[in-house]
Write a protein that binds this ligand. Structure first.
Ligand code: SF4
Ligand code: SF4
Length: 351
């Protein structure tokens, strides 16, 4: 039946070759299922819906290519245009994703007309072969570049290709203190010992001295920690930080599984795991100032001053929710940004 359907012998191939080629093609393209929703989520689209649409569009497109054209080509959403859509048109030019999607729809109609009138083929034939090859390589490099930026291996700078450095990190995160070579010393990293005790800890789970110290030392601009002690054993427990591995230092997964905590699920612990934000909001710091301010009857002047000194503010949030999937505490970050805008009422200052 397959022979009849796809004329395998005539095309100098067999079922085994085609099955192997199909699996290889799927493995090569499967990354699109993860990357496309993640890129379009940065534009504010629903990640789950985009995932489903990506899978369905690829499935239908590939079936049509097989049964109508009898070509062994798998079709899927193009990587490159989606990045242009999200980062340039939506985030850069500030069009809503619905408007940008309408432009894509119109583009599709124009493409159909060009195809039916053979203009598309004429344009395609007019492009020199070396330029066609260069476009594929360029798109590949562009996607790799976005990946390196998202992984913070290269960071924003004048050329957008600066390698990660502590100074660069602090600059990118607006951490004025360490940018000015000011180091912060944290006092009471164990909260007076409460954090070691399951009963007294606000989280309902004990943390180790190493985890408490690591939490403090991973805050922006924190250079040192002053840990209290009563006995030589306490000193040894603190010094153990120097030789501890990543698993021993990991406080986030312990807190994420905690049965209760003062912050509660949905409250920010300022851990910074939600980075990066496409519009460079320092989410942890905005949340921190929001929490500090919302505990008071009025926003304290010092908290407002710190908030206003941030390079990017909550009113710049585009509501993409890309950060929320990275938050181990289930914080509704986009909603929190909207609340911060209301609390600090910054909109009039930036209008
Ligand atoms: S803070 Fe706003 S703009 Fe930044 S990643 Fe989160 S939802 Fe998107
Ligand atoms: S929003 Fe979540 S991931 Fe981001 S700093 Fe707060 S707790 Fe951490």
């Amino acid at each position: 039946m397959l022979e009849k359907l796809f004329k395998l012998k005539e095309n100098n191939t067999d079922v085994r070759t085609e099955v192997l080629a199909g699996i290889t093609t799927f493995m090569t393209m499967a990354y699109i299922l993860a990357v496309n929703p993640s890129i379009l989520a940065a534009a504010g689209m629903d990640q789950g819906a985009v995932f489903t649409a990506t899978a369905l569009a690829s499935f239908i497109g590939t079936l049509l290519m097989a049964f109508l054209a009898n070509y062994p080509f798998a079709l899927a959403p193009g990587m490159g245009l989606n990045a242009y859509f999200a980062y340039t048109v939506v985030l850069g030019m500030e069009y809503k994703w619905e408007v940008a999607l309408t432009a894509v729809f119109v583009e599709g109609i124009i493409f159909i007309i060009l195809s039916l009138t053979n203009v598309r083929e004429a344009i395609f034939n007019a492009i020199p072969l070396n330029l066609k090859a260069a476009v594929s390589v360029g798109i590949g490099l562009f996607i790799a570049f976005i990946g390196l930026q998202n992984a913070n291996i290269v960071i924003s700078g004048a050329t957008l290709v600066e390698l990660f450095s502590v100074e660069g990190y602090n600059l990118a995160n607006g951490t004025a203190a360490s940018f000015n070579d000011v180091g912060i010393t944290v006092m009471k990293p164990y909260a007076g010992g409460r954090l070691f005790d399951e009963q007294r800890s606000p989280f309902g789970v004990p943390l180790t001295p190493v985890q408490c110290i690591h939490y403090c030392l991973t805050r922006p601009a924190v250079a040192s920690v002053l840990a209290g002690y009563d006995t030589p054993e306490h000193v040894e427990q603190a010094v153990a930080y120097e030789t501890a591995g990543e698993a021993e230092k990991d406080y986030a997964s312990v807190l994420a599984r905690a049965p209760r905590h003062t912050f509660g699920q949905g409250e920010c612990t300022y851990c910074g795991h939600c980075r990066p934000c496409p519009v460079h909001i320092d989410i942890a710091m905005v949340n921190k100032y929001y929490d500090l301010a919302s505990m008071q009857a009025e926003v304290p002047a010092s908290v407002r001053a710190h908030y206003e000194a941030l390079e990017h503010h909550a009113d710049e949030c585009v509501g993409c929710r890309a950060c929320e999937s990275r938050c181990p505490f289930g914080v509704k970050i986009a909603d929190r940004m909207a609340e911060a805008v209301r609390l600090f009422q910054l909109a009039p200052f930036f209008a």
